[in-house]
Design a protein around this ligand. Structure first.
Ligand code: ADP
Length: 426
């Protein structure tokens, strides 16, 4: 039998017993009056606790759970535990939801969830920007009202997880997929595919450029070899053909070395770029390689060090960047002077190479660090250029969180500066 029921019956029995004895010793009327009085008192007491419970239920809080007497105490204590659990579950769910929202906001793609009637339930910030949706204003509104696109309507109607559409908004190309989940709810995933298409185009152009660069010397080598094999040619002529073949082989060799160098910078981890690179060591090494760079040209050369500070980075990479710039300065100058300067400007380390050579006109400046971009292809090839030197330099500077600054005047000369950020100057 229920405990509360037993307690009520016991209490009523006690009231009846007390009234019975009063009736027995005094008079029946007194006994009856006492029983009625005790019953009223009991009902009043229970009503008080019922009102307390009702008040609490209107504004439940862990701190205001009513304190009950013998009969109500277990009920109120259970209520207290129950409410405590609800508060904890709510808090846990809130935390889980916060984590989910944080995760969804951090996704590289735009995400939006729809109910069975395609009303917006939730959207992360990325998709709000992509599709021009405003949260909370657009919550619970049909997506098709806010974003009117026939392709999107078709996608929603098709209800096919594997189907995707691409749409263009403000020059941006997006790919949209629809995934069904739960009770007919849907998740709309929106991805910006501009960069993917761009990098695919860059990759294709790079492969085509490399093939073209390799094909030209190979054609010469094959042609010369066939000539030497088939024809009865004089020794003098043979020597000319052999020299031309060797030139082309050397050109291929330089190109492959540059490609390897470009790839090495990309694949080497940043951890290797935390050594002290002494500017005096750079100077000594550049000076010792100068004879091969000068190529019998009447060009004066100087290396000025204005600051005792040095560079935090990779010696071989910084040297390679500097050597590329010095080699260009010699290749694109016929006479005059070349100077290297190391100085600190506004806290940044600046290693610049200035020449008084042919210079570059403005329209080329933004493009000359692109792979295989040349202002004058013949001059570049004839001087042993591959069109990859400045791309390597830019790559090295990117990996040192720095930049390459170019100033140039046609027929007057150029200054190429390697700019290292403050945190790489020591
Ligand atoms: P390349 O092997 O052709 O020299 P780079 O990437 O080193 O390739 O340079 C790209 C182009 O920039 C060169 O083909 C050349 O036209 C131009 N260039 C680079 N350095 C200089 C310079 N110091 N003076 C004039 N033109 C330069």
């Amino acid at each position: 039998m229920n405990k509360i029921f037993i307690k009520i019956i016991t209490k009523l029995l006690i009231f009846a017993l007390c009234s019975f004895f009063v009736g027995l010793f005094f008079s029946i009327i007194y006994g009856l009056l006492l029983f009625i009085f005790l019953l009223i008192l009991y009902v009043y007491n229970q009503t008080y606790y019922l009102i307390s419970l009702d008040n609490w239920l209107n504004q439940p809080s862990q701190h205001t759970v009513p304190i009950g007497n013998n009969l109500w105490e277990p009920t109120f204590s259970k209520l207290y535990q129950f409410h405590k659990n609800i508060v904890k579950t709510k808090r846990d769910l809130g935390l889980a939801l916060d984590q989910f929202i944080l995760g969804a906001q951090a996704l590289p793609d735009g995400v939006l969830s729809l109910d069975q009637s395609n009303h917006i339930l939730w959207a992360n910030k990325k998709i709000q920007r992509m599709l021009g949706i405003k949260i909370p204003d657009d919550l619970n509104k049909p997506i098709t009202y806010i974003f009117r696109d026939t392709k999107l309507l078709d996608l929603i109607d098709a209800n096919d997880n594997k189907k995707s559409i691409s749409i263009i908004i403000d020059d941006n190309k997006y790919q949209i997929n629809l995934i069904e989940f739960g009770a007919e709810n849907k998740l709309l995933i929106c991805r910006n595919i501009n960069n993917e298409e761009k990098s695919e185009a860059i990759r294709k152009r790079f492969i085509s450029d490399v093939s073209h660069e390799l094909k030209t010397p190979l054609t010469v080598i094959m042609g010369n070899s066939e000539l030497m094999l088939n024809a009865d040619i004089e020794q003098k002529q043979q020597k000319i053909l052999l020299n031309a073949t060797l030139d082309q082989a050397q050109r291929m060799n330089t190109l492959i070395a540059d490609l390897i160098s470009l790839n090495r910078v990309d694949t080497t981890k940043t951890i290797l770029r935390d050594k002290k690179v002494m500017v005096t060591d750079l100077k000594n090494q550049i000076l010792s390689s100068l004879s091969s760079l000068r190529l019998k040209k009447d060009i004066s050369f100087e290396f000025n060090i204005d600051s005792k500070k040095n560079i935090l980075g990779s010696f071989s990479e910084v040297y390679s960047a500097l050597e590329n710039l010095v080699s260009n300065a010699f290749r694109y100058s016929d006479k005059g002077s070349i100077s290297i300067n190391w100085s600190i400007i506004k806290g940044q380390g600046v290693l610049s190479v200035t020449d008084s050579g042919i210079g570059i006109s403005k329209e080329h400046l933004t493009k000359i660090t692109d792979r295989f971009y040349r202002v004058d292809t013949d001059r570049s090839r004839n001087s042993g250029g591959t069109g990859l030197g400045l791309a390597i330099v830019k790559n090295i500077m990117d990996h040192h969180n720095g930049s390459i600054d170019i100033k140039s005047d046609v027929s007057k000369g150029s200054t190429f500066s390697l700019v290292f950020p403050k945190e790489r100057v020591l």
